[in-house]
Write a protein that binds this ligand. Structure first.
Ligand code: 13P
Length: 706
């Protein structure tokens, strides 16, 4: 279907392009002819004389140039959407005009193709209906038009076309139309052009005679005309064409001497010698700047025995005005104005006849000069019919317009191709770079994955100050049993109050669940009533201790210095430290979280050796998320844990940072654990409330299995 659409659109577009280019061109090279046609339309609209001639001329040049340019734009598929809409608009207007011509017949020839092709009004209308349909097809699918020139360079073709056609128009106006499609071309014998072949079909006319008798008017034809009844008085007659017969190319040429009423056509057209005819449809509006040259040619004609006549449809006043202004002495005879406009597109223009054949034609801007007229005409080249120059004119157009346009298109295609090659090279380069990057990031990802696999994944419970001894033993037993039944794939730790430690140690399978304290003293041993030392913790069977919890910092005034001591003692006694850090709500709101966390780590654990660091687990617990039900989002948590890992890397190196387990704590529960644990820097959780129910705690542990 798409192939068919493309075929149809390109067929319609070719038809439109050829028609527009041809009709635009033939009108452009005959701007005066097109102006006369515009005059005919104005007359049919009763606007004759209301629009100045110069406006008609500019309209003629403009309209023809638009039509030609539109044709070229369609041909090259430039501005496809806009041009297709303009074409439809143009065709709608033209079809409406030709419909009016077909119905009302106000003008015989629409002038669509200038004088090159003449169509009857109904044929023109039919042609426009076809073209309108074609333009609608193109407008419906404008992008199916195959481009010949890239978007970047199409403006060159557009402006070049406009300049070409306007220059061709102006040159045709200044000189004469480049191609002469009228019956008065060079080489035409006017008399022969008027001949009707013997076997030609004659035009059949119907004559009607109007007579009156006793005040009664009646129409008669040849058959019933009252030849014998003289009481009928003839008053008028009319003639209608019943059937159009052969019409010779020249059918309206005659020369009359107005003063004598004598028809001089035959006499002038059969002259044995050269005859100059100065043609001016109307002397009133003729260009009179070249009268010197005209007078010289007249004198030259007299001297060599050639006839020189003026032909015009001017009024006596117009002729007198011309004689007064130019001093013209040559005889001026009368010929129909429209005929004279057809004979030569120049006012005035000069025609040279030899025995009734047109030998040469000149615009008033190109009249032969005294230097050229230096001998009798038969000895001069201008006295002989020039060689047919049609091919040299076509060659000139090819050289000035078609060839540069083709070269432009070829250059554009080469340019587009090099652009494509460049883009492709660039694309291949980018693809290669992308593959390298992908490879690198793959490697990095694998490395991080390996490291992450090396890091311990931990879920640790912090019972805080909850559970009696019996309750604690029962909870620990339940957790232990659940994990025995369904083995975890991460490290599990429960941190209990001091009083539970020894008893809970007895119920836990060490391989499955690690045990930890929630605190230890900052003194080694001695008279510190109520305190429990790291050594004592270790002696219960516990392996971990939570230090730096925000609740201890907040409620028991544990400073960075105290914590530093505790950490040292815990490590010295073989305990692993789960070291907590985290900012308050005000600190986060002030965007100080990084600086607070860094200070906490620097104050208590960054003094450790790399060896000691191996027994440190970090836990980021934003104070605003602890026990509030307000979890940090997984992105917030990930961002902070990545930051913590980066400062650990700065302190201990990337390798150690990659091996450090960092947990998140703060309203972590069975629902959000999956999401939190999916982040690359979150190695597990430090769980408060949710660690007090075996099922909830187990569900968080199981999040690592997903
Ligand atoms: P919650 O999980 O109850 O918010 O407590 C977190 C905590 O403080 C763990 O140490």
């Amino acid at each position: 279907m798409n192939k068919f659409k493309s075929f149809l659109v390109n067929l319609c577009r070719t038809l439109l392009a050829i028609t527009f280019i041809f009709s635009g061109f033939v009108k452009s090279i005959d701007p005066l002819g097109t102006q006369y046609k515009i005059g005919d339309y104005l007359e049919a609209l009763n606007l004759a004389g209301k629009v100045p001639e110069w406006i008609q001329l500019i309209t003629s040049i403009g309209l023809s140039a638009i039509e030609f340019t539109l044709g070229v734009l369609i041909l090259l598929a430039i501005q496809r959407r806009l041009v297709s809409k303009l074409t439809v608009f143009f065709m709608v207007c033209m079809t409406a005009v030709t419909l009016w011509l077909t119905i009302g017949n106000p003008i015989q020839d629409c002038g669509c193709f200038g004088d090159a092709i003449r169509l009857s009004n109904s044929m023109t209308f039919g042609k426009n209906v076809v073209l309108l349909t074609a333009s609608i097809v193109v407008m419906k699918w404008p992008l199916y038009q195959v481009r010949f020139i890239s978007k970047t360079n199409q403006w060159i073709a557009t402006y070049f076309t406009i300049v070409f056609i306007v220059v061709a128009s102006v040159l045709s106006l200044y000189h004469l139309p480049i191609f002469d499609f009228r019956p008065y071309f060079i080489g035409q014998n006017i008399k022969k052009g008027m001949e009707i072949p013997k076997d030609a079909k004659p035009t059949v006319y119907k004559n009607t005679f109007i007579c009156v008798k006793d005040g009664v008017q009646k129409e008669f034809d040849e058959k019933n005309f009252p030849y014998d009844d003289s009481t009928w008085v003839f008053i008028d007659s009319k003639q209608e064409i019943v059937e159009q017969g052969y019409e010779p190319p020249i059918h309206d040429f005659s020369i009359t001497n107005e003063e004598t009423g004598e028809d001089l056509t035959e006499a002038i057209l059969t002259k044995k010698n050269y005859t100059f005819l100065l043609i001016s449809p109307f002397f009133e509006v003729a260009e009179d700047g070249n009268f010197g040259e005209i007078d010289y040619i007249y004198e030259y004609a007299k001297e060599h025995g050639y006839d020189f006549y003026g032909l015009s449809a001017s009024t006596d006043y117009g002729v007198k005005h011309w004689r007064d202004v130019t001093g013209a002495e040559y005889p001026i005879y009368t010929t129909d104005g429209t005929t004279l406009k057809t004979v030569i597109r120049s006012n005035p223009g000069l025609l040279l006849l030899y025995q009734g054949t047109i030998i040469n034609k000149w615009s008033h801007n190109d009249l032969p000069t005294a230097e050229e007229l230096n001998a009798p005409l038969n000895l001069l080249s201008i006295g002989h019919e020039p060689e047919d120059s049609t091919w040299s004119k076509i060659f000139a157009i090819v050289l000035c317009y078609i060839l540069p346009l083709i070269l432009l298109i070829v250059a554009d295609r080469i340019w587009a191709w090099t652009q494509w090659v460049k883009k492709r090279e660039q694309w291949l380069k980018e693809k290669e770079q992308w593959l390298v990057k992908k490879e690198q990031s793959n490697k990095l990802y694998q490395l991080l994955k390996r490291k992450r696999q090396m890091r311990k994944k931990i879920v640790a419970g912090n019972w805080k100050m909850n559970e009696t001894l019996q309750e604690g033993i029962a909870l620990a037993t339940e957790i232990n049993d659940a994990l025995k039944a369904d083995k975890p794939n991460c490290d599990v730790v429960i941190c209990t109050p001091f009083i539970h430690l020894a008893s809970v140690a007895n119920v836990l399978d060490k391989e499955l669940v690690g045990l930890g304290a929630e605190n230890c003293a900052d003194k080694e041993k001695g008279a510190y009533t109520g305190e429990v030392s790291a050594a004592m913790v270790k002696s219960t069977g516990a392996e971990y201790v939570i230090l730096g919890h925000s609740e201890r910092r907040q409620y028991y005034g544990e400073t960075a210095e105290i914590l530093k001591e505790k950490v040292q003692l815990a490590l010295a006694n073989g305990l692993k430290v789960i070291f907590c850090c985290g900012e308050s709500l005000e600190e986060r709101e002030a965007n100080k979280q990084n600086e607070v966390v860094k200070a906490e780590l620097e104050g208590s654990v960054f003094n450790l050796s790399a060896e000691e660091w191996k027994n440190i687990i970090l836990a980021y617990e934003p104070i605003w998320a602890i026990g509030t039900g307000k979890t940090a989002t997984s992105d917030q948590a990930e961002e902070m844990l990545a930051y913590i890992r980066s400062i650990v890397a700065d302190k201990f190196g990337k390798e150690i940072a990659a091996e450090t387990s960092i947990l998140y704590g703060g309203s972590c529960n069975a629902k959000n654990a999956d999401e939190l644990f999916s982040k690359p820097n979150i190695d597990g959780g430090l769980i408060g409330g949710a660690s007090l129910k075996a099922a909830d705690f187990k569900a968080i542990i199981d999040a690592w299995k997903k």
